[in-house]
Write a protein that binds this ligand. Structure first.
Ligand SMILES: *Cc1c(COP(=O)(O)O)cnc(C)c1O
Length: 395
């Protein structure tokens, strides 16, 4: 066997605190996937021989594992290429299914672009769209949500957990408000699934988007939960009729097997991992607060993912901050362009400068105390140094 691809020296010495962008594939997941590339390589749709049956069995086992993580029936899990596709399928697919009957959509300003952009596309095509604001803590107001939903609303989409500030939305209440007016309810559950308890029945959601690479699975595979007893979608990708006709295309068997294994591990380890990442998050925040003044947490600290911290620093140039953090991989928001403040932080009411002087920390399964301590010391040092030289000082 040839050597695995080596990380560049700089990458291997870096501390990875960007687990909202992606997570490393868990070694147990990779091991489960490997035979499905070249031994059990069959097409899951080949019904006439054992190669196909083995692949199909593995896909169905994975479907059960993914379904179990969210408390769903496995027939309601539709595999996709990721959450961007799952969001597009839910939003455009539900709109197409209800076209002519209803003409209005509702979402929230802090959603991922993979929700906002399909919504805007539908708006260009004639749908009415309401994008609700959030409060200073990043949470949608249920009274405003209730007022926005009418008997013309086809779909309401509210994310379960935000990918930048980790804030958890009141999904159960939001779904209830949607259903009270006959609207369907979708949630982008990418960041919540596997990190906090998420059960499609307890929350009564109609659609939920997930992706494997945010839960220590491979990239390029995800799923849309569709409560098929109540709702449906028009397919976006037509072809061989895979996935109950809702998503054609030969299934990514190794990826799906990995997704299933990642879901099974997440389900077993969730309580432990949530406790551990929360303790690390609190350790990081306390260290930053102890060493630096002018630190503010962005978004609610209570209604929040355990492994997320998003903070801004008074009087700091955000770009200089990121550049100086040469051995800590964090981000200033969703994979964003340096000059553009995050739409999420702007929605919280932060000024452009303050939004740009923010860091998102995403703590993960393998993060250690020592890494957190190093990151906190490094950030504090850099902030102190930048403040000494910065013309923004005292701003
Ligand atoms: C990562 C992410 C997505 C996109 O998922 P992909 O599988 O990478 O397409 C969508 N929504 C949220 C909240 C995310 O964090």
């Amino acid at each position: 066997m040839s050597a695995p691809i080596a990380l560049s020296e700089s990458a291997s010495e870096m501390i990875y605190l960007d687990h909202h962008a992606t997570t490393p594939c868990d070694a147990r997941v990779l091991e489960t996937m490997l035979p499905f590339f070249s031994v059990h390589f069959g097409n899951a749709a080949s019904k006439q021989h054992a190669f196909g049956w083995a692949a199909n069995d593995a896909v169905e086992r994975a479907r059960k594992q993914v379904a179990a993580l969210i408390g769903a029936g496995s027939k309601d899990v539709i595999f996709t290429s990721g959450a961007t596709e799952a969001n597009n399928l839910a939003i455009k697919g539900a709109a197409a299914a209800r076209q002519g009957e209803r003409d209005h959509l509702v979402t929230v300003a802090t959603e991922h672009k993979a929700v906002l952009d399909p919504m805007k596309r539908l708006e260009q095509q004639g749908w009415a769209l309401t994008v609700l604001p959030v409060d200073g803590a990043g949470i949608v107001d249920l009274g405003e949500l209730s007022d926005a939903i009418t008997d013309r609303t086809a779909l309401v989409s509210v994310m379960a957990a935000n990918n930048e500030i980790g804030v958890l939305q009141p999904i159960k209440e939001a779904a209830q408000l949607a259903h009270a007016k006959g609207a369907w309810f979708h949630t982008d559950a990418v960041q919540a699934v596997g990190k906090v308890p998420f059960d499609v029945d307890a929350l009564d959601v109609d659609f939920a988007s997930m992706t494997a690479h945010k839960i220590y699975g491979p990239k390029g595979v995800g799923a849309l939960y569709v409560r098929r007893k109540r709702v449906t979608v028009a397919a976006e990708i037509d072809g061989g009729g895979h996935e109950r006709g809702l998503r054609s295309g030969t299934l990514n068997v190794p990826g799906i097997v990995g997704f299933g294994q990642a879901a099974a591990i997440a389900r077993t380890e969730l309580p432990d991992e949530a406790g551990r990442t929360r303790a690390l998050r609190d350790r990081l925040l306390n260290a930053l607060l102890a060493k630096t003044d002018g630190v503010a947490v962005n978004g609610s600290l209570e209604a929040r993912l355990p492994g997320n911290l998003n903070v801004s620093f008074d009087g700091i140039d955000g770009e200089a901050l990121l550049v100086s953090l040469d051995d800590v991989a964090v981000s200033s928001g969703a994979a964003c362009t340096a000059a553009e403040p995050s739409h999420v932080l702007v929605a919280l009411g932060l000024s452009k400068d303050r939004a740009l002087a923010s860091l998102r920390f995403g703590i993960g399964r393998a993060t250690t105390d020592a890494e957190i301590d190093h990151a906190a010391a490094k950030v504090s040092d850099v902030v102190a140094r930048l403040r000494q030289m910065s013309p923004l000082r005292g701003a």
